[in-house]
Design a protein around this ligand. Structure first.
Ligand code: C2E
Ligand code: MG
Ligand code: MG
Length: 754
């Protein structure tokens, strides 16, 4: 019942008010009752005083009149001579004149003259004893009615009797007396015994009677004769006295009631004004808990209003912090685009919706071509700015699509299947990025490769779709970059193959499935084998020989090239130890091996273990190692060179072929890529390029090896161009260690024979 604060407050206030009101009413009643009582008491006292005066005045008056009559000669004579008729007529005259009710004579012998009624006569006679004692006034009962009696002696000259005047103290006399009082008292003369002893003191007190409690004053009156003592009783009923105050009491009760109603109403409104905003706050807090954005109305400027204002501030603060946290969690800080986590969520959501709607999504995955090179050569700040620029261009070209940065230089875009042809969209993206860009003063030509996957066809869930779009992207990269490819189921199969290859590679190291083959390099000056290139062979237990072009990229991606490469170095040095002193061994070292620390130690250990002279070891590197950090690569190269190890630049002409690389390190040898030798006789520019390379190398003091020499015409031309050495099927395919040993021995034998 009192669950609500508003009910509790209203009941509390109403209760307190009613209590206070009752106390005030009670106090007022007591005060009023006291006041009224005091008023009545003093009024009664005053009335009794008036009565006293009236009594005395009347006594005097009657006394005088009686005296005058008693002294009247004729009257005296009539009494003395025993002429009752004359005396009686004088009495009658005087009675009429004075308006007396009774006037008579009591003779000294006790007889009464002037009263005919025998009962009155007897009562009058009964006064004799008192008169004889000299008492001349008092109250006496005559005919059962109390009378004020005044007497005067008749001397003629001796006492012959008394003239007695009596006025009744009956109801009508009392009424006329009552009218003299300011308040409507009732007066009566009673037998003293009829009044409580406590009252008969002359002071006002309480008197209980059947008609209610009265305030009363009993005044003893002097007695004449033998009758019971009398008292004058003045009375005023309390109820009547209080009746005058009844309107005030009613007014107070009415005011109290109205006040109570007003108070209940007011406290109800007041508590509503407190509890309504509290309820609103409570509701708002619940909504907030459910994650809604809420604002409560601020209606007042009081504490509640301030609380509401603070609540609103708190709510916006929380919302803002949540937004910031969400932004941090779901946004890429560099570009401001959504990040992978957010994109992943959205992708799942969209796929779910697509499933319900029966539609589909198009997922694009975009990767910048050669971004790592830009980052490495121009610095990370340029790279960062470029990523921001790319993000901006992507958003500008596909405004409403969800665009995210997945990480590095990889971006993803999600579109509804209903949109334009995905191929056209991809083309538009590639074109938008291909616009020339200027970043921190560098003019950059950015191209991007795009993979496309369709959901749910190419993947019903986000993970699968993302995995497949990655495969499509990888294919686009492989197939020449700045292009796009749709995902095809075959890519998946290939990815699985690749995964299988990786598993097999791990096993191959443990199982010793690797072997080195050696291909001789002929010195064109000395006409002999100057060195062998160690080439890795993998004898797969099921597949047989797996070509290096297939497994080396996988080994590089998975870092398995590090342990494999270490083995190659050791094995190559070991085998070379069996060859003549002037035959070197060349080992291919991957850029991944350069990136990991410890390459230098591995080479040192291999040399030490085999006892091979450092000058007989040649490390073949490709330009790709410079794409990473140039300084640390150069440091390792210099350290190796300091040991006496030779360094050759492999596959020259295929990569970046930046002349700055040639300048940055004094290579011992440049190996001209097989693609140039292949086209040497067929393509016009190829010969000129080879010529240029040999000239440049000679100028820089470097040797040159032509790779992939397959016929003698190529050999003749290379000889003319001044190539130092040649390698190719024309002389020998790569052969196993035993055959390689036989090859050197044979070549030595032939030379010795020559
Ligand atoms: P590469 O270092 O340029 O090796 C030369 C490749 O050309 C070898 O292929 C060789 O068999 C082939 N070749 C030589 N003469 C001719 C010719 O006249 N005609 C044709 N068509 N090809 C010729 P291979 O052995 O298949 O090796 C391919 C690539 O694998 C190597 O290219 C090298 O980059 C890499 N590789 C091989 N072994 C290793 C290794 O132990 N470590 C590392 N990191 N890479 C290796
Ligand atoms: Mg090589
Ligand atoms: Mg090569």
């Amino acid at each position: 019942m009192f669950r609500h604060i508003r009910t509790r407050l209203a009941v509390l206030y109403a209760g307190l008010f009613a209590l206070a009101l009752s106390l005030v009413a009670a106090a007022l009643y007591v005060v009023v009752a006291r006041t009224v009582e005091n008023q009545v008491r003093s009024e009664l006292v005053a009335s009794s005083t008036v009565f006293d005066r009236l009594w005395a005045m009347r006594s005097r008056e009657l006394g005088n009149a009686a005296g005058v009559l008693a002294r009247d000669f004729g009257f005296r004579e009539a009494v003395a001579t025993g002429d009752p008729r004359t005396a009686a007529s004088a009495l009658v005259n005087l009675r009429a004149r004075l308006g007396l009710r009774m006037a008579f004579i009591v003779n000294v012998d006790g007889s009464v003259v002037g009263i005919d009624d025998p009962r009155l006569r007897r009562d009058g006679g009964a006064l004799w004893a008192a008169l004889d004692r000299g008492q001349t006034s008092g109250v006496a009962s005559l005919g059962g009615v109390p009378h004020q009696v005044v007497a005067a002696p008749i001397m003629s000259p001796t006492l012959t009797g008394w003239v007695v005047f009596a006025t009744p103290l009956g109801a009508s006399e009392m009424r006329s007396f009552e009218q003299l009082s300011a308040i409507p008292i009732t007066a009566s003369v009673l037998d003293r015994r009829a009044v409580e002893a406590s009252l008969a003191t002359g002071r006002p007190g309480k008197l209980s009677a059947p008609d209610g409690v009265s305030i009363a004053l009993a005044k003893p009156l002097g007695r004449m004769g033998e009758g019971a003592p009398a008292v004058l009783l003045l009375r005023y009923p309390v109820a009547r006295a209080m009746a005058a105050w009844l309107p005030l009491q009613l007014a107070m009760a009415a005011t109290g009631l109205i006040g109570l109603l007003l108070l209940v109403f007011g406290s109800w409104r007041l508590s509503l004004s407190i509890t309504k905003p509290i309820s609103a706050l409570d509701q708002a807090a619940q909504l907030m808990e459910e994650g809604q954005i809420v604002e409560v109305e601020v209606g007042t400027e009081d504490e509640i209003g301030r609380l509401a204002r603070s609540f609103n501030k708190m709510a916006t603060g929380i919302a803002e912090r949540e937004r910031r946290i969400a932004q941090l969690a779901f946004n890429d800080s560099l570009t401001g685009l959504p990040n992978r986590a957010f994109f992943r969520q959205q992708l799942d959501l969209e796929l779910q919706q697509a499933r319900h709607r029966g539609g589909g999504v198009v997922l694009f995955c975009l990767d910048l071509d050669g971004f790592r090179g830009i980052n490495d050569t121009l610095g990370h700040s340029v790279g960062d700015d470029l990523l921001r620029l790319v993000a901006g261009r992507l958003q500008a070209s596909l405004g409403d699509a969800l665009t995210a940065r997945l990480g590095g230089d990889e971006f993803a875009i999600l579109l509804d299947r209903g949109h334009a042809d995905p191929g056209a969209v991809a083309q538009r993206l590639i074109a938008a990025l291909a616009e020339p860009a200027e970043v921190r003063g560098h003019k950059l030509a950015v191209t991007a490769s795009v993979g496309i996957a369709l959901g749910p066809t190419d993947g019903a869930d986000g993970d699968t779709l993302l995995k497949n779009v990655d495969l499509a992207l990888a294919r686009a990269k492989e197939e020449g970059r700045a292009t796009y490819r749709f995902f095809e189921a075959e890519m998946n199969a290939r990815a699985q193959q690749r995964h299988q290859l990786e598993t097999d590679l791990r096993r191959a190291i443990a199982e010793g499935e690797f072997e080195l083959h050696f291909q001789p390099l002929f010195d064109l000056d000395t006409h002999r084998i100057g060195s062998f290139e160690a080439l890795l062979r993998w004898n797969h237990p099921r597949r047989g020989q797996v070509p290096p072009a297939e497994f080396i990229p996988v080994a590089e991606e998975t870092d398995l090239i590090v342990p494999i490469g270490n083995w190659v170095i050791q094995e190559a040095c070991r085998q070379a130890r069996a060859w003549p002193e002037d035959v070197r061994v060349a080992v291919n070292v991957s850029s991944v091996q350069f990136r990991r620390p410890g390459l230098q130690n591995v080479i040192l250990q291999a040399l030490a273990a085999s006892g091979l002279e450092p000058r007989r070891l040649e490390v073949e590197i490709t330009e790709s190692i410079f794409l990473e950090s140039l300084d640390s690569t150069l440091a390792v190269l210099h350290a190796l060179r300091a040991l006496g190890v030779r360094i050759a630049l492999d596959d020259f002409g295929t990569g970046y072929s930046s002349l700055s690389y040639l300048q940055s390190f004094p290579f011992d040898k440049i190996k001209i890529d097989r693609s140039f030798i292949e086209q040497l006789l067929t393509r016009s520019g190829a010969s000129a390029i080879v010529r240029a390379i040999t000239d440049l190398a000679r100028a820089l003091g470097m040797e040159t090896t032509a790779e992939g020499v397959e016929d003698s015409e190529q050999l003749a031309l290379l000889r003319r161009h001044g190539c130092t050495s040649v390698q190719g099927y024309l002389f020998s395919r790569p052969v196993d260690a035993k055959a390689a040993k036989a090859l050197v021995d044979a070549s030595r034998g032939a030379r010795a024979a020559a």
